[in-house]
Design a protein around this ligand. Sequence first.
Ligand code: AMP
Ligand code: ZN
Length: 112
Amino acid sequence: MNGDCIFCKIIKGDIPSKKIYEDDEVIVFNDIHPLAPVHFMLVPKLHMESLANCSAEHQALLGKMLLLAPKLAAEQGLQGFRTMINTGREGGQEVFHLHVHVFGGGSSLPKT
Ligand code: AMP
Ligand code: ZN
């Protein structure tokens, strides 16, 4: 828990979110500025700044989040989806609490 972190505030319930899944380790909510018809983020409840701050002790949690992505994408009606993890300022990260973006539902996602 980091008092200045917007995602920690969402996890605590101090800031509202459009939550689509929650368990004791992970919360998943819609992005406030969606880049596709479906755009949600998987967020660990443990405050970790980024993927670059993870280590072997987080392996199970990271695996759990990745395995949740296709389940939740299917629940949201997606046939396919894109995942993205921005890491560090140079990687386009703006919120420094690890999160996995999931996008889909557009007729075509741009090629990367
Ligand atoms: P990133 O650039 O990967 O750090 O992405 C941060 C994402 O968090 C952006 O897509 C924002 O639109 C999203 N975001 C920021 N504040 C909120 C919020 N209060 N609720 C939902 N999504 C948010
Ligand atoms: Zn946080």
